[in-house]
Design a protein. Structure first.
Length: 137
């Protein structure tokens, strides 16, 4: 029987400020954190002009928690560990909705993780993510 671990999925919520971070640290025991690197199968296509004026298409993988499907009302996403790469400190998890997420974690957080382990990803609310993106663009 495999254990379920809880991981906080971190995104750039710079507008929330350090006081919110300190309050959260005091209220909740320290959980492993992960940075979302990509949501596989979801991408954004940009049309760019090169130096000669030629239009070039660039396809960039989605890197926003807004693209993560299947979250519960409290922001939790249940996933299964599919791959662990200790060289890059990245893991791949498959959500219950079938999405593959690439996450980057601290090396010590990877210790003891095994393929097939179940984890609950705690994802920030969509409103906070959207507000953060709007404030920085």
């Amino acid at each position: 029987m495999r254990l379920t671990s809880r991981i906080i999925l971190v995104v750039a919520l710079l507008g929330l400020g350090p006081s919110l971070g300190r309050a959260a640290e005091q209220a909740v025991p320290r959980l492993p954190a992960a940075r979302l690197v990509a949501v596989e199968g979801v991408s954004i296509t940009y049309r760019l002009k090169d130096y000669d004026g030629k239009v070039v298409r660039a396809v960039v993988p989605a890197q926003s928690t807004v693209d993560i499907q299947g979250r519960s009302a409290d922001g939790t996403v249940r996933a299964t560990l599919a791959a662990v790469d200790g060289t890059t400190n990245r893991v791949k998890v498959v959500t219950q909705a079938g999405q593959v997420l690439v996450l980057e974690m601290a090396p010590e957080a990877l210790q003891g993780m095994q393929i097939g382990d179940t984890c609950d990803l705690i994802v920030p609310p969509r409103a906070a993510v959207l507000a953060s993106h709007a404030a920085h663009h």
